[in-house]
Design a protein around this ligand. Structure first.
Ligand code: FAD
Length: 449
């Protein structure tokens, strides 16, 4: 009798460098490749995210010669039905470390099915790198050193051929999600990820250390969504890096992703709650009109508005801009970081709970290794420094495109600054900065009393 295994794709929508898929192939004479669409998650996702996933599933299905099973429903029900129908002997996965995935997998195992885990979406699985006293790292730099010393495996090749179980009627319902206003700006799928990585190696990577902070320049890899969906594995990227300064900085960014996954693994509550709990006691405002202005890119601060419009229009935002809008939400609007993080999770095509929640908390001053709370980004100076020619602002804020590089960051100083309807500032940064520090002093005073 033929032995059959399921390979359950989750955050690893690729064939190359996929040890878990190789394990499924090694164990089964035939493999049933499966993706389960979770309608609960899909309902919360913005259209960019949904369109990205649908495109990625189509690409994966093409690489599997049309044999990808795509079924909507509860994983426990779907898996039991397939196991019974096809006399499946094993289910293979790459381990998921995010709280939602851990919970989902526990439910599957509690229902009597076993999952065979091989590898993870990380070069080093969360939980592996520990301090000499066996406790987890709380600070990035020593984590980075230990992570580098620990090292990682080399990439493995894609399987040459393997026998696939074809989907029956109703077993392949790839969602028909698309964007209402044109195609995604980014190509999706494993081939697109490898192509983007190749292009970046030939162009931006050598100057990454100097251009990565400039949102108006195509100076970063734009691989985050490919990594989030596992269309490429970080091992593949790390294997190609040398010790040049630019490559070292890029390796450090990959390590931030690994660090945050490790921190979330040890502190699952921090996907929604404060890492440094004292900040939960701070006085915050309610998300009302000012929050709406932030979401819509109408705060009257050009760099902040360009960034928020980039997010909503394209499903992605540059890292420097993410830090500035996050700081603005927490320190200028006095809102809790979770409001911003939820908005990001809805729109980002690279939405990743570990990088997102901890990127927010780092900027808000309540996370790991945080820049001290009193270091507050000035949204105007950040724009002048990181978008000196104003190209980024001009791209996303057409109401300001008539202004020169010198004028564009402070339209309120120009007689014609508002002639195309750009909104006036919703707050005064210098006043809100002091207000933020006053609220910090309040929690300190309570702690001291
Ligand atoms: C408030 C905030 C929210 C964020 N939310 C997310 C998120 O949901 N998903 C996400 O993938 N990244 C998130 N980041 C991190 C970072 O902004 C993005 O990874 C980066 O902008 C993606 O663009 P890129 O692929 O061109 O990055 P590159 O600069 O080319 O970096 C290469 C890769 O390294 C990783 N990386 C780079 N910077 C960081 C970082 N600061 N933290 C963690 N990983 C990093 C990413 O996987 C990225 O693709 C967030 C950062 C902040 C400040």
């Amino acid at each position: 009798m033929k032995r059959r295994s399921i390979f359950w794709f989750r955050r690893d929508l690729r064939l190359a460098d996929n040890p878990a898929l190789l394990a499924a192939i090694a164990e089964g004479d035939e493999v049933l490749p499966l993706f389960i669409v979770d309608e609960n998650i899909a309902a919360r996702a913005g259209e960019h995210r949904r369109a990205y996933l649908a495109g990625s599933l189509k690409a994966l299905n093409a690489s599997l010669q049309g044999n990808l099973h795509v079924i909507s429903g509860d994983p426990v029900t779907v898996l039991h039905e397939l196991v019974g129908r096809h006399q499946i002997s094993s289910i293979h996965v790459s381990a998921d470390f995010a709280p939602y995935g851990v919970h989902r997998d526990r439910n599957v195992e509690a229902s009597g099915l076993s999952l065979i885990r091989t590898g993870s979406p990380y070069a080093v699985a969360p939980g592996r790198v520990r301090k000499s006293d066996d406790t987890p790292y709380r600070v990035y730099t020593p984590f980075f050193r230990a992570w580098t010393t620990h090292g990682w495996r080399l990439p493995v090749a894609a399987p040459s051929t393997f026998n696939l179980i074809s989907p029956g009627k109703g077993d392949q319902t790839i969602p028909n999600w698309s964007l209402s206003n044109g195609p995604l700006l980014q190509d999706v799928g494993e081939a697109a990820a490898l192509e983007r990585w190749k292009l970046f190696q030939e162009s931006g990577l050598k100057n990454y250390d100097t251009t990565r902070d400039l949102p108006g320049v195509d100076g970063t890899s734009r691989l985050s969504a490919h990594l989030r969906w596992g269309e490429i594995h970080p091992r593949t990227l790390l294997a190609a890096l040398s010790n040049s300064p630019a490559h070292e900085v890029f390796r450090k960014e990959i390590a931030w992703r690994e660090f945050y996954a490790d921190v979330l693994h040890h502190n699952p509550h921090t996907s929604r709650d404060y890492y440094v709990s004292r900040f939960a006691k701070m006085r915050y405002d309610q998300p009302e009109e000012k929050f709406r202005a932030w979401c819509e890119g109408k705060t009257g601060f050009p760099f902040v508005d360009a960034a928020m419009r980039q997010l909503v229009q394209t499903g992605w935002m540059h890292n420097r801009a993410r830090m500035v809008v996050a700081s603005f939400l927490v320190k200028d609007l006095h809102l809790e970081w979770q409001h911003g993080a939820n908005f990001f999770m809805k729109y980002l095509i690279d939405n990743d709970v570990a990088s997102n929640s901890h990127g927010w908390q780092w900027t808000a001053g309540c996370g790991t290794d945080a820049s001290p709370y009193y270091r507050i980004f000035n949204p105007i100076e950040q724009g002048k420094r990181f978008d000196p020619a104003g190209d980024y602002i001009r791209e996303f804020v057409p109401e300001l495109h008539h202004l020169s590089a010198k004028q564009i960051h402070e339209p309120w100083l120009e007689v014609d600054g508002y002639k195309f309807g750009y909104p006036v500032r919703i707050v005064d940064h210098s006043i809100e900065r002091l207000e933020s520090l006053a609220r910090l002093a309040e929690i300190k005073a309570v702690e001291a009393s």
